[in-house]
Design a protein around this ligand. Structure first.
Ligand SMILES: [Zn+2]
Ligand SMILES: [Zn+2]
Length: 286
């Protein structure tokens, strides 16, 4: 039992509903992300690894011992856009059908990674699928390829590797083979979770909110490190218009991930309490 979400959080306390561990492309194990969250003053925390729930038990146990309210989550990739991702907050991580969906996602990821490594090898880059597989502790991702390119001296950081080799138009680009957004939303909802569009500001041109509302979409990740103040306002208005709740996350990936956002979502305390109230029923309690 990780305790209830604090009905009212204290001044200075934070929440973070979007984070990654090394079960996908984060760099720290789940328990260490929990400790880092506690150190940063996070009192309500969700782990949302890409297409896997394998880190949730470890995260929940550590959160419980630290007195942090924990929400078990996931971030599902879609095929519409490389950055159109659907967060699932409070999914039942034992739901057989949902686990089957994640297994299928894992094989599509595997196929994409194989394709990327073949393309890179054909372009003269010294890289193999087996090496990538050896780096991953859970979900395989292009970030693992970027890490390998960095360790072999082909790039100076993950983002440099994406720019030079993995982005569209570069030799190692292959499109995402994920689920359709509506399928992802339905899979999350059927597993008892709330489906939330991750970082909607990065994918505005591909948002289809009316259709997704019909499919069961519940929230928008309004508060996100790279959303400008204008974007945040615009997204809040969209959330109100469609009846979605707003969520907030840092998309923390740990040290050496090439990302600078630290744990704790960027939002004012009054809105923080509203966000906390919207997701309180998803707090882990088994
Ligand atoms: Zn994402
Ligand atoms: Zn993420």
């Amino acid at each position: 039992m990780s305790g209830r979400a604090p009905a009212r959080m204290k001044a200075g306390e934070k929440l973070d509903l979007h984070t990654h561990s090394d079960r996908s492309d984060g760099t720290l194990p789940p328990a260490q992300v929990a400790r880092e969250a506690a150190r940063r003053g996070v009192r309500l925390w969700a782990l949302t690894d890409h297409d896997t729930v394998s880190g949730l038990n470890e995260a929940a146990a550590e959160a419980s011992s630290l007195g942090i309210a924990f929400i078990g989550g996931v971030e599902i990739s879609t095929r519409q856009h490389d950055y159109l991702h659907i967060l699932g907050l409070g999914v039942n991580h034992r739901d057989k059908r949902f686990l089957q969906t994640l297994e299928e996602a894992a094989s599509r990821r595997d196929a994409r990674i194989r394709r990327v490594t073949e393309q890179l090898a054909a372009a003269g880059v010294d890289i193999s699928y087996a090496e990538i597989r050896g780096l991953a502790r859970g979900s395989l991702s292009r970030a693992h390829i970027a890490d390998l390119l960095k360790s072999k001296g082909y790039a100076s950081s993950r983002s440099d590797a994406f720019r030079k080799y993995l982005d569209p138009g570069k030799p190692g680009y292959a499109p995402s083979g994920g689920l359709d957004a509506c399928e992802a939303i339905a899979a999350i909802t059927n597993a008892g979770g709330a489906a939330v569009v991750a970082h909607p500001g990065l994918v505005l041109p591909v948002l289809e909110l009316p259709a997704w509302k019909t499919a069961g979409l519940a929230g928008l990740e309004v508060f996100y490190p790279s959303h400008s103040a204008d974007m945040t306002r615009k997204l809040l208005e969209m959330a109100v218009k469609y009846g979605f709740f707003a969520t907030a996350g840092s998309d923390y990936h740990g040290p050496d991930s090439g990302r600078t956002a630290s744990l704790g979502a960027p939002l004012p305390e009054k809105l923080r309490d509203e966000v906390a109230a919207s997701v309180e029923k998803f707090v882990w309690n088994s």
